[in-house]
Ligand binder design. Structure first.
Ligand code: SAM
Length: 233
């Protein structure tokens, strides 16, 4: 019977791959990858020689049926993305759903995902949280920001460095200058950085020091009383 393995890969530091992930990547018949060049580099580092086929956001819908055919013709296939866990702001969900509907077994290995070290080290409550992924750039952005303003749980966003200051400005606008945030940048890499403070303080810092690299934004949950105030607005 065929099986699809979802295999998380490092988000920066190449040591962050599990022994099981290395074994599965070595054992599967075929690996589907978001960017075959990125994955081939990782496989070369792990000294694994394996056929790698593309499965990226642009061809996710179109490729689905041929990918399912390949999986059904194999014993086991692995899906990887460029970094972290496939399906988390990366292609994966559609393939998992399609496999399950065709009776193909799916197993997701635990492993790196940028949101987890970011929220845990932020110092904000992480017993309950909301992951919003990337906010839409235009349509729907304000609606989401308003919802986050009322949210009492910690919220996690993925953000690009060139939109970070704008995003912090919108947090100030929708949630107040004193809402606490934490920007987690370049996690697991040489220049890993955490900036914690009010939205206004962190925005002032990044206006002075334009950021580079990859960013997770963590937003403190609204105090329940304030959340009600936002909801009544
Ligand atoms: N699948 C990945 C995961 O499991 O986290 C996420 C992929 S998404 C296309 C890429 C975004 O994840 C980046 O823009 C950034 O927001 C976040 N990210 C990935 N690696 C990161 C890192 N090393 N440090 C901070 N954020 C990171």
């Amino acid at each position: 019977m065929s099986k699809l393995y979802i295999v998380p890969t490092p988000i920066g530091n190449l040591e962050d791959i599990t022994l099981r992930a290395i074994r599965i990547l070595g054992e599967t018949d075929l690996i589907f990858a978001e960017d075959t060049r990125v994955t081939r580099k990782l496989l070369a580092h792990l000294e694994i020689q394996k056929t790698v086929q593309p499965f990226h956001a642009h061809n996710e819908h179109k490729a689905l049926s041929s990918v399912i055919d390949r999986i059904q013709a194999s014993n086991s296939v692995a899906l990887v993305s460029d970094a972290g866990t496939p399906g988390i702001s990366d292609p994966g969900f559609l393939l998992v759903r399609e496999c399950l509907s065709k009776g193909i077994e799916v197993e997701c290995l635990p492993g790196p995902a940028a949101l987890i070290p970011a929220i845990v080290a932020s110092g904000f409550p992480c017993d309950r949280f909301v992951f919003e992924g990337f906010l839409p750039h235009k349509k729907g952005r304000q609606t989401r920001l308003k919802a986050i303003a009322e949210e009492t749980r910690t919220t996690i966003l993925y953000e690009s460095p060139h939109r970070l200051v704008k995003c912090l400005g919108q947090i100030v606008e929708f949630m107040g200058a004193d809402r606490h945030v934490c920007v987690a940048r370049e996690l697991t890499k040489m220049f890993e950085e955490f900036k914690r403070g009010t939205a206004a303080e962190v925005m002032a810092y990044y206006e002075e020091h334009p950021p580079k690299g990859e960013i997770v934004m963590i937003i403190e949950g609204a105090e329940p009383k304030k959340a009600k105030k936002y909801a009544d607005k």
